[in-house]
Design a protein around this ligand. Structure first.
Ligand code: NAD
Length: 259
């Protein structure tokens, strides 16, 4: 890319001239991703139930990603105000706990709608804009839950397994037209979500210490570390990277650190 100011490609910010929408951009990993994209020159929109926590300088659009009509309106508004959409970060998600008998049909439908169908819904709404982009990229936020067989996480794991499968299938469909699709696969991350879970514990301090101890590298993943991966996978500098499921988990998925 060559800027109008005469700067060279080497000194130009990585995402100069590019626009990104980030679902769940009002908190946690999504907000960190917006900060990281902004710092590299992107203009951004946070699409969130509560976008008020999105970083300063980002467009804030209040939307429920389970509402198809609202999603189309929100995505088209972002495209109009940002001047197109080059990057979609499908990051909004919710948790679900329990064994297979823990969640009723309504809860299954709700979690799959937020975590899975929304990825298709938001991507579809953005697709006409991505097709006009010179550097189109979709990055989904999956989870190690679907790779590890975590106890008491049947519904959540199923939803994130579907996100991984969709990532690969969409990448295959669009590799010929240059729309890249990848996923970040975070381990347990230090976000408001985990904060809320810790608060429910009888002894939050002990619970957090135990959670840290369960991580191979002895601590939670920081949201900024997941944001770095979102940026890497979305970057116009990585045009050959598609169909990648990238764990950011301190080695939880791939390392055997204890016998
Ligand atoms: P968070 O709860 O801290 O933030 C999630 C954001 O998504 C919130 O701002 C919330 O308002 C928004 N959101 C939720 N439902 C929405 C909806 N229906 N419409 C629009 N916005 C909605 O969560 P986080 O920890 O930052 O998680 C972000 C993503 O990372 C999720 O997809 C989650 O599954 C995934 N993830 C998180 C962890 C973790 O340990 N925190 C680990 C692996 C994967």
């Amino acid at each position: 890319m060559t800027g109008t100011t005469g700067t060279t490609a080497a000194t130009e910010p990585e995402f100069a001239g590019l626009t990104a929408i980030v679902t769940g951009g009002g908190a946690g990993i999504g907000a960190a991703t917006i900060r990281a994209l902004q710092s590299r020159g992107a203009t951004t929109a946070a699409l969130d139930l509560d976008p008020s926590g999105a970083p300063e300088g980002s467009l804030q659009i209040q939307v429920d990603v389970t509402d198809s009509e609202a999603v189309h309106t929100a995505v088209n508004r972002a495209a109009a105000e940002l001047g197109g959409i080059d990057i979609v970060i499908n990051n909004a998600g919710i948790g679900a706990q329990g064994q297979v008998d823990a969640n009723d049909d309504a809860e299954w439908a709700r979690v799959l709608d937020v975590n899975v169908v929304s990825v298709a819904r938001v991507t579809n709404a953005a697709l006409p804009h991505l097709r006009r982009s010179s550097a189109p990229a979709v990055v989904n936020t999956a989870s190690i839950a679907s790779m590890l067989g975590l106890p008491e996480r049947v519904l959540y794991s199923a939803s994130k397994g579907a996100v991984q499968a969709m990532t690969l299938a969409m990448a295959a469909d669009w590799v010929g037209e240059g729309i890249r699709v990848n996923a970040v696969v975070p381990g347990t991350a230090n976000t408001p979500w985990i904060g809320r879970l810790m608060e429910k514990a009888a002894d939050p301090v002990a619970e957090r210490a135990a959670l840290n101890a369960r991580q191979p590298h002895g601590r939670l993943v920081e949201p900024e570390e997941v944001a770095e991966a979102h940026c890497y996978l979305a970057s116009p500098r990585n045009r050959s990277t598609t169909g990648v499921l990238l764990p950011i988990d301190g080695g939880m998925t791939n390392l055997r650190t204890r016998s």
